[in-house]
Design a protein around this ligand. Structure first.
Ligand SMILES: Nc1ncnc2c1ncn2[C@@H]1O[C@H](COP(=O)(O)OP(=O)(O)OP(=O)(O)O)[C@@H](O)[C@H]1O
Ligand SMILES: [Mg+2]
Length: 318
């Protein structure tokens, strides 16, 4: 091999090495681009699906109107279906009065979240109507609250503007939900969505309720990440701070019954879930208390025994 050929080979090797190096150097940027492209493609597919469903005449729409007769909320033959026409909930009729606290129960997949999404106006496919008392404001708390980027103040105020409440009001709201240790960081710009734990995000969502003070609250497993004691505190706090509020909550935990006045149960059926029971929890609690008091009184009266106990036997003379 001549010296010229050796030089040529060395320069060709350097070029190939440089080309491979470009791939290694730019790998993070390529991975980032790929992730962004996938997210945008899936968003575009969802938007296309939404447009198709919007244009389809086969799918009905849930009507929204004003509740009649002083009711806070009424569901009139409400059916909820998916955007392909599959029925999830069928013909539900419920009237909820102002101040009622309604627990929606049912096995997993029975359509509870779909029902409350329709009530909150986040799902429009189906039939029948959702009627809400005029000028009443509804606030929904999902299982995983959205935490926007920016300051903690913005996250607490969401969906309101960050500067709508004074610093003292925001601090007071954080205090009441047990997040007072974040009071010094209210103006900090940080990735709060990744920083806060699941339970902290749920507490943050309860702080939003205190600031917005809505008339109707829809909770979809909004305390699922909290321990039992914290859950009780959150519910007690809401009942105490917003005594007139109407609550509709979806939950699996039986302990939550104590904070509700009524329980409706959905059952998954062929052709859409159906409302199978509507129980007055206050009456039931009263009956249970009466029974407990009655049983307590009975227990206080000495038991009449058919066989005399040893202690009660008269001493026998030996
Ligand atoms: N956007 C959607 N696309 C397709 N199917 C859906 C959609 N939303 C809900 N479903 C289906 O509708 C049914 C009811 O779902 P939903 O989330 O309302 O149940 P759930 O009672 O809230 O259950 P869980 O207690 O597990 O939260 C499920 O079978 C679910 O797979
Ligand atoms: Mg659900």
């Amino acid at each position: 091999m001549t010296l010229g050929q050796v030089m040529q080979a060395a320069s060709a090797f350097a070029i190939v090495q440089g080309a491979f190096g470009w791939l290694v150097d730019n790998y993070p940027r390529l991975a980032n681009w790929n992730a962004c492209a996938r997210r945008i493609a899936s968003l575009m597919m969802s938007l296309d699906g939404l447009e198709r469903a919007e244009q389809s005449n086969k799918l009905g729409r849930i009507k929204r109107g004003e509740a009649a007769g002083g009711a806070m909320l009424s569901l009139n033959n409400l059916s909820v279906s998916l955007d392909d026409g599959t029925a999830v909930v069928k013909e539900t009729k419920v009237v909820i009065e102002s101040g009622e606290r309604v627990l929606v129960a049912g096995e997993s997949g029975s359509g509870k979240s779909t029902l409350v999404r329709a009530i909150a106006g986040l799902w429009s496919w189906g039939g029948g109507s959702v009627n809400i008392h005029a000028d009443r404001r509804l606030f929904m708390l999902p299982q995983r609250p959205y935490v926007p980027t920016g300051t903690l103040r913005r996250a607490v105020a969401y969906p309101g503007a960050a500067d709508r409440w004074t610093l003292d009001k925001i601090k007071a709201a954080l205090d009441k939900v047990g997040l007072d240790y974040l009071n010094d960081k209210i103006e900090d710009d940080a990735p709060w969505d990744q920083t806060l734990s699941g339970g902290e995000k749920q507490r943050l969502a309860f702080a939003r309720l205190l600031l917005h003070s809505p008339d109707i609250i829809v909770l979809d497993e909004a305390t699922s990440a909290l321990d039992e004691k914290s859950q009780d505190k959150m519910m007690e706090m809401i009942v105490h701070e917003l005594p007139k509020v109407t609550i509709i909550s979806v939950a699996h935990r039986a302990e939550l019954e104590a904070f509700h006045s009524r329980k409706i149960t959905l059952e998954r059926r062929e052709g859409g879930a159906k409302l199978v029971s509507d129980i007055d929890l206050v009456q039931r609690k009263r009956r249970r208390n009466l029974l407990a008091r009655f049983m307590g009184r009975r227990r206080a009266v000495p038991k009449r025994s058919t066989t005399l106990s040893k202690a009660a036997l008269p001493e026998t003379k030996k």
